[in-house]
Design a protein around this ligand. Structure first.
Ligand code: COA
Ligand code: MG
Length: 291
């Protein structure tokens, strides 16, 4: 699976922002037709996104489209317009159950057949941002082999359950934790909530590092200046990689010698510590860092 350390949104009707995004070396670009686009601009957004997909070279960035939710009455027009231009995949907002994903996946299969593309070419990421989405996580995770990751939407979730958003985020902590745990259980990536303050880069860094410690693999972002801090927070540091390598090598030698548990730098190392070290090396490789 490709690394998605940062997923940058922009309104799909804003060609300038799409062009700008391409120069940012961001892992994933997500052109929106949902909540960042005014009701009377949905058609413009579809047309602009199709033009961008057909004419621009996105370089190493993944190109995704966020459609309007299934059931909104807009989703069929979104799919009809956008799928023939073959984005790399879709971000699905307000996913509440598995049927939602199965329905979209079927539409993708039809579009792939029509374009003569292999079935399964287009991937899906599901936004979990409603109470129903949280309680149906287990079924949602198993809805389609196209599903590569879950995305946690804190602002919509707070609105849906009637909670008041705070900086500390305890009002959404159960859901934030449930999303990352289900992602791990089903081998999916997990992308953390948006940091809304565009000018507080220290706060953004802190929240990104916290997400990485919770085992999130990336984060949604909304402004060019958020790319570097977030991608850095989701890339293991050189020290972390070096230490992980030492743990894995020492564990292999100790296993040879018949020891499952041993001491390294005064600390006990056993299987969970070795697995954590292997995960760091996996993440580094996925991010293109030599590990
Ligand atoms: N993607 C690409 N480029 C962006 C961008 C984004 N998300 N946000 C800003 N830019 C560009 C601007 O176009 C501007 O380019 P320029 O210097 O060539 O004119 C530059 O970065 C600086 O932008 P700035 O003036 O600081 O911001 P703004 O006032 O133009 O826009 C927002 C502020 C919040 C409207 C904008 O950042 C945005 O649209 N973010 C994404 C919103 C979104 O998609 N939300 C849905 C998911 S939560
Ligand atoms: Mg949302």
């Amino acid at each position: 699976m490709r690394a998605r350390r940062a997923l940058l949104y922009m309104p799909g009707d804003d060609l300038h922002k799409i062009q700008k995004a391409i120069g940012l070396n961001v892992d994933t670009i997500c052109m929106d037709i949902e909540d960042a686009v005014a009701h009377n601009r949905k058609a413009d957004a579809r047309a602009t996104i199709v033009e961008a997909l057909r004419t621009l070279d996105f370089g190493r960035s993944e190109k995704l489209v966020r459609i309007n939710p299934v059931g909104s009455g807009l989703e069929e027009d979104d799919l009809l317009a956008v799928l023939p231009a073959m984005p790399d995949g879709l971000v699905l907002p307000k996913v509440g159950d598995a049927e939602y994903i199965r329905w979209v996946s079927y539409q993708l299969t039809e579009a792939e057949r029509a374009a003569g593309r292999p079935e399964g070419s287009m991937i899906l990421l599901a936004l979990i941002e409603t109470a129903r989405g949280v309680v149906n996580l287990k079924e949602i995770c198993q809805a389609s082999p196209r599903l590569q990751g879950l995305i946690f939407g804190a602002e919509d979730l707070a609105g849906d359950i009637g909670a008041v958003r705070t900086r500390a985020g305890w009002e959404v902590f159960y859901a934030r934790s449930a999303v990352v745990t289900h992602a791990a259980a089903f081998g999916l990536q997990a992308l953390d909530m948006v940091f809304m303050d565009l000018h507080d880069i220290d706060g953004l860094r802190e929240e990104s590092e916290e997400g990485a410690r919770m085992a999130y693999t990336g984060k949604q972002i909304i402004h060019p200046r958020q790319v570097e801090p977030v991608q850095a927070a989701y890339t293991p540091s050189a020290e972390a990689i070096a230490h992980a390598r030492r743990v894995v090598e020492a564990a292999a030698q100790n296993q040879e010698a018949g020891a499952g548990a041993f001491v390294l730098d005064g600390k006990m190392v056993d299987m969970p510590v070795v697995r954590a070290a292997e995960r760091i090396l996996d993440r580094a490789r996925a991010a293109g860092v030599d590990a």
